[in-house]
Design a protein around this ligand. Structure first.
Ligand code: KIV
Ligand code: ZN
Length: 505
């Protein structure tokens, strides 16, 4: 039968210890309410002795959230434990999480304690914590760099004093997966009373192994994983909540574990934590990154269109994310391009598709991601012949380092020459403003790109502009060996396309 794995969320404690993160009480409460909806088993709400704000956060979260266990951190010293106990007084299910280091490096340099003294402190701390609650978690900090027999002695003392959970932190993210698994095996084989407590794992990600180590540890008998949303935490952070939850779910048949997590809340939780902590995530961050359900390469898009499982092992909808997306860009193929333009309602002949596809590749090369509006502009541009309503007759610019750019432009409109002059921020801007005076069209420039399409001093410049006018978005292009002329031509080309829309309305 599948075994339940508890998820202990430390976003508000270890996560909040990450450099630059400062959550106030209201923000912590907001995250705790979201963790409640996510259905985590334990919310570590703070380290009450460390600050007034941490103390108050634990108080407020304890008052508000009654369905989860609420944990507070305390060093193995009386004042910390009493403060944690006080902060948790309103909690329906309080957890005191007390810790002391077990590695010689920490004991000697940081705590200045002998091993025997540390064991006494650990035992006393657990006993004292038991006065406040029957759910006490004991952590042997830096467990993975500790002498194993000493570690087991320390855990035995904690069990005898009444601990319900023993945490095995890989505090500095140093352990290798097999090594960590062997440590769990060793603790299970050599700690008296271990069968009566839950083994918890708390892995830091300094070597990028936090998730792998945590998963291997539960395969070796641990029953609880400590996680943080988006993996935030000290230095490189903790095992990422969303990754652990999705490994356990996606590979449940092989792993035979389950959690109570409400997977559909994952994306919302990730977004909230990003927003409140200011820690964004990389676009390729597993599970919650912007592009992890987006496919741009032609071969992948082709596979996805035939069957989603060709390139996806999870459904974005399952974590409350947007459906998979085929992003159109320079790596995209014809299959995805045609599918998208059909979805946008265009019915094109083979020749038109060919022309539009060429235009698409051309723009994608310069612009990267091509939006639906860009696609509409490309199609309008490539397949519709347009009448030259506004025709360039001449232009002149005055430009220099110490004078304001001025442009004079003459445009033929319905056989009449209309002229205008304008200042601008550079010669192109001045020319566009002069043209605006003539046409009177309300259009805003949303994109301008220029490229040399041949080599040498007399290279031809190709300019593309995208203009928005009300609901209409059009692309215009123009070429010339003179970049100002190419710019003016592309601008007029786009304006002529807007006129085409106006006339057909
Ligand atoms: O990383 C660590 O060892 C900790 C302990 C307080 C559990 O965060
Ligand atoms: Zn930690």
């Amino acid at each position: 039968m599948a075994k339940k794995i508890n998820l202990f969320d430390t976003t508000l404690r270890d996560g909040e210890q990450a450099p630059g993160i400062h959550l106030n009480v209201r923000e912590k409460l907001e995250i705790a309410e979201q963790l409640d909806r996510l259905n985590v088993d334990i919310i570590e709400a703070g380290f009450p002795i460390s600050s007034k704000s941490d103390f108050n956060s634990v108080v407020e979260i304890s008052k508000k959230i009654k369905n989860r266990r609420i944990a507070a951190l305390a060093r193995a010293v009386p004042i910390d434990i009493d403060t944690a106990g006080e902060a948790l007084q309103h909690a329906a299910n309080p957890v005191i999480h007390t810790f002391i280091s077990s590695s010689d490096i920490h004991l000697e340099y940081q705590f200045k304690k002998t091993r025997d003294e540390a064991i006494v402190l650990a035992a006393d701390a657990v006993k004292r914590a038991r006065k406040y609650t029957d759910w006490v978690e004991f952590s042997a900090m830096d467990a993975t760099r500790s002498d194993r027999d000493f570690l087991c002695r320390m855990y035995e003392a904690a069990i005898k004093s009444g601990a319900s959970v023993l945490n095995v932190p890989d505090t500095v993210g140093y352990a290798l997966p097999e090594e960590y698994a062997r440590l769990i095996d060793y603790i299970i084989a050599n700690t008296a009373g271990i069968e009566n407590v839950i083994i918890s794992v708390h892995c830091h990600n300094d070597l990028g192994l936090a998730v792998a180590n945590s998963i291997l540890a539960v395969q070796h008998g641990a029953g609880q994983i400590e996680v943080s949303v988006n993996g935030i935490g000290e230095r490189a952070g903790n095992a990422a909540f969303e990754e652990i939850a999705m490994v356990l779910d996606t590979r449940k048949n092989e792993l035979d574990f389950y959690t109570d997590i409400n997977l559909k809340e994952i994306m919302k939780t990730s977004m909230l934590v990003r927003h409140l902590t200011g820690y964004t995530v990389a676009p390729n961050k597993p599970i919650v990154g912007k592009y992890v359900f987006t496919h741009e390469a032609g071969i992948h898009q082709d596979g996805m269109l035939k069957n989603r499982t060709t390139y996806e092992i999870m459904k974005p909808e399952d974590i409350g994310s947007q459906p998979s997306k085929l992003m159109l860009g320079k790596h995209s193929g014809r299959h995805a391009f045609v599918k998208r333009i059909e979805e946008l309602g265009f019915r094109l002949s083979e020749d038109e598709i060919e022309k539009a596809f060429e235009g698409f590749k051309d723009l994608a090369e310069k612009k990267g991601e091509i939006s639906d509006d860009d696609l509409k502009a490309i199609i309008n541009n490539e397949i519709r012949d347009i009448e030259e309503y506004f025709k360039l007759k001449y232009y002149q610019v005055i430009n220099g380092t110490s004078i304001k750019s001025t442009a004079t432009v003459g445009i033929e409109v319905n056989g009449n020459l209309i002229e205008s002059a304008s200042y601008g921020d550079g010669p192109v801007d001045a020319s566009f403003k002069a043209i605006d005076n003539i046409t009177g069209l309300e259009a805003s420039l949303s994109d301008y790109s220029i490229e040399a399409v041949s080599e040498g001093g007399d290279a031809i410049g190709s300019v593309k502009v995208i203009l928005n006018s009300g609901q209409v978005r059009v692309m215009g292009s123009g070429i010339s060996t003179d970049v100002i002329e190419a710019s003016i031509k592309s601008y007029l080309d786009a304006l002529n396309r807007i006129m085409l829309y106006r006339k057909s309305e």
